[in-house]
Design a protein around this ligand. Structure first.
Ligand code: SF4
Length: 473
């Protein structure tokens, strides 16, 4: 994580020219928006559900230390082991240590953004341990040696044809172009991996403090196999995943599943409390829960941005975001994409490593409207933008302050505003082509390089409007 430096500006410019990506995103995102809309509309008290979920999150995050201790005690009571990791390196070391102590040779993984965050696969591979992703989307991404481009649909950027060719190249299969055939191939390959794995690694959607239960939501059954077939199960969670009581769970299952996939309920909801008991038919002999901080307590300590920790990773803000729909997930450069990526990545990695991301938004507010836990993403983005500006060199800050003061003076002073308009109209002439301003000189070129800028009209809008009104009445 130390060497990461993201460049949304550069990567999104490349993505915008990728026609295949645009097609894949348009199709998948339009489909999703419709199903989510239906799932939300049919739930009578959706707004009340959001309010309740938000309140529980606020309360839990404000009392996080107590609930995490309660969770630890109850996991241990149920026969499990709990480990605390302060950062990504420590989390990898803990999990690798468990694997090496048990002479693990092969690991199956179910989808987990937390394990992506710590790049756990690299650690396993570096130690000579085979690791296989078992969620279909993640399996495709692993074969393609790429990063996920969506927190719920990791391979959303790939077309059927891309996947068919990938399977031909990496799995030596014939070319099939039907999703059913491709799924069947993956299922057959993965079945053996489950049966031969010594360890299963999963993420955690929620953990219930009062019972020590972890909850995993999925549709493919791979998470259930990952957590029950191998003899050891390791679950990795960020500190923010805990909820206080079992009776809170239906609220969160409802808002997560409806927001994530538009279903009323996912095909599998696994509730895991400790390892296999004597009376159980299956399950792991050992259960380990790794609770990871990795920059989260820094977010917790800042009241302005703390609500970023309420996120339940439903992905709804990605689907609704007009910026994500155009540039796709890889432009965000790291594990979390879209609006949630734009606020969480700069906070987890450091604002200096992701200073473009708070600006990767039109601030339209659609993300805030769909977020099931009502995170005010635009407000957090503005707060992070202010931090980026404050981090800049004194000279840049000084110039910005002068520019804002000048803007304010112009806006408050009608005759100066009119004079500025008149002057701009005259000065813009050398840069006008077909009624538009093109490639203005520095510093204005930073705007025209990427955006349209209509030429300033000779007749001000006020005057034009007045003339229309006079004609009408
Ligand atoms: S910020 Fe809200 S909408 Fe976006 S992933 Fe998190 S919970 Fe879902």
């Amino acid at each position: 994580m130390e060497n990461i430096k993201l460049s949304f500006e550069k990567d999104s410019a490349i993505a915008l020219k990728n026609i295949k990506l645009q097609r894949a995103l348009n199709k998948a995102i339009d489909q999703f928006r419709n199903v989510r809309w239906r799932a939300v509309r049919e739930f009578q008290d959706w707004e009340q559900l959001r309010v309740s979920a938000r309140r529980i999150k606020e309360w839990t995050i404000d009392h996080l230390d107590g609930y995490l201790e309660m969770l630890e005690a109850n996991v241990i009571n149920a026969g499990g082991n709990v480990h605390w990791a302060s950062d990504a390196n420590e989390a990898c070391e803990i999990i690798l240590d468990i694997a090496q102590k048990h002479k693990v040779k092969s690991v199956v993984k179910s989808k987990s953004m937390a394990t992506e965050e710590i790049e756990l696969n690299h650690s396993f591979e570096g130690a000579g341990i085979k690791v296989v992703e078992t969620d279909l989307g993640e399996y495709i991404i692993q074969l393609a040696n790429e990063r996920p481009s969506h927190i719920i649909a990791p391979a959303i950027h790939k077309t059927k044809d891309d996947i068919s060719k990938l399977f031909v190249e990496k799995l030596n299969t014939p070319y099939f172009n039907e999703p059913e055939d491709l799924t069947k191939i993956a299922r057959e390959k993965l079945r053996n991996e489950f049966l031969n794995a010594d360890m299963g690694v999963s993420g955690v959607n929620f953990s219930v403090a009062e019972t020590g239960t972890i909850v995993i939501v999925e549709n493919e059954g791979n998470a259930r196999l990952t957590t029950t077939v191998p003899r050891i199960h390791v679950a990795l969670m960020g500190i923010e995943k805990v909820i206080p009581r079992f009776e809170d769970l239906p609220i969160f299952l409802n808002i997560l599943i409806r927001s994530a996939t538009g279903q009323k309920m996912s095909t599998y909801v696994s509730l895991i409390t400790g390892p296999k008991r004597n009376s159980d038919l299956d399950g792991p002999e050992e259960f380990h829960l790794v609770i990871m901080d990795n920059g989260r307590s820094k977010i917790l300590s800042n009241e302005e941005t703390r609500e970023s920790l309420y996120c339940i990773r439903c992905g709804a803000c990605l689907y609704i975001c007009p910026v994500y729909k155009k540039v796709g997930g890889h432009s965000y450069g790291w594990v979390y994409q879209g609006p949630i990526g734009a606020i969480i990545t700069p906070q987890l990695l450091g604002i200096d490593k992701a200073s473009d991301l708070p600006f990767a938004s039109s601030l339209c507010g659609a993300c805030k409207d769909v977020c099931p836990v009502k995170i005010n993403i635009p407000r957090v983005l503005l707060e992070l933008r202010a931090r980026v500006i404050n981090d800049k060199r004194v000279g840049a800050r000084f110039l910005l302050r002068i520019a804002v003061k000048l803007w304010r003076f112009t806006m408050e002073n009608t005759s100066f505003y009119n004079l500025a308009l008149r002057l701009s109209y005259i000065l813009q002439k050398p840069w006008i082509r077909h009624g538009r301003l093109v490639s203005l000189p520095f510093p204005f070129s930073r705007w025209t390089k990427k955006r349209d800028f209509p030429a300033i009209s000779k007749i001000p809008f006020r005057k034009q409007w007045k003339e229309i009104k006079d004609l009408e009445f």
